[in-house]
Ligand binder design. Structure first.
Ligand code: ZN
Length: 159
């Protein structure tokens, strides 16, 4: 099949006084996501959606969280590396639709910048990158601001 869909999910713990990078944007907040790279939950979900669509396993398979090469690295670099893997398999990326689930801070004002960062890393139009955000209505670990979650789907085409 020439056209393929992919799905990705990611979750990170939130810790006090930690940087909070989402979609390549540094958010001003009293908490931030903790992880081996910059813990960009949105970009990790998008990488997994892209890898999944191309049947290329998952982000942990390519970028091991024990590898010093990826420690503290910008996930925009991981996204670019992911796109390279898809290009090697002769896939072109159509569009991405993503959903962020977090209680705070407000994501809306940052969405245009996130779209630009992602579009530039992938090499497609900002119009093909959709980012949405919701709270978890104060329920569960997201509601308690213990963690942040992202989901993404994408469409790719064999060229
Ligand atoms: Zn992650």
């Amino acid at each position: 099949m020439r056209i393929k869909v992919g799905f990705g999910f990611d979750v990170h713990q939130l810790k006090d006084n930690h940087p909070f990078v989402v979609g390549g944007v540094n958010l001003e907040h009293h908490k931030g996501a903790f992880g081996h790279s910059d813990a960009d939950v949105l970009l990790h979900a998008i990488c997994d959606a892209l890898l999944g669509a191309a049947n290329l396993r998952d982000i942990g398979f390519h970028f091991k969280n024990t590898d010093p090469q990826w420690k503290g690295i910008s996930s925009l670099v991981l996204l670019k590396e992911t796109v390279k893997l898809l290009k090697e398999k002769k896939f072109e990326i159509g569009n991405i639709d993503a959903m962020l689930c977090l209680e705070a801070p407000k994501i809306n004002p940052h969405i245009p910048q996130m779209q630009e960062n992602i579009a530039a890393a992938i090499g497609i139009s900002v119009d093909d990158i959709s980012i949405k955000a919701t709270t978890n209505e104060t329920m569960g670990f997201i509601g308690r601001e213990e963690g942040v979650v992202a989901y993404a789907v994408c469409l790719i085409e064999k060229i």
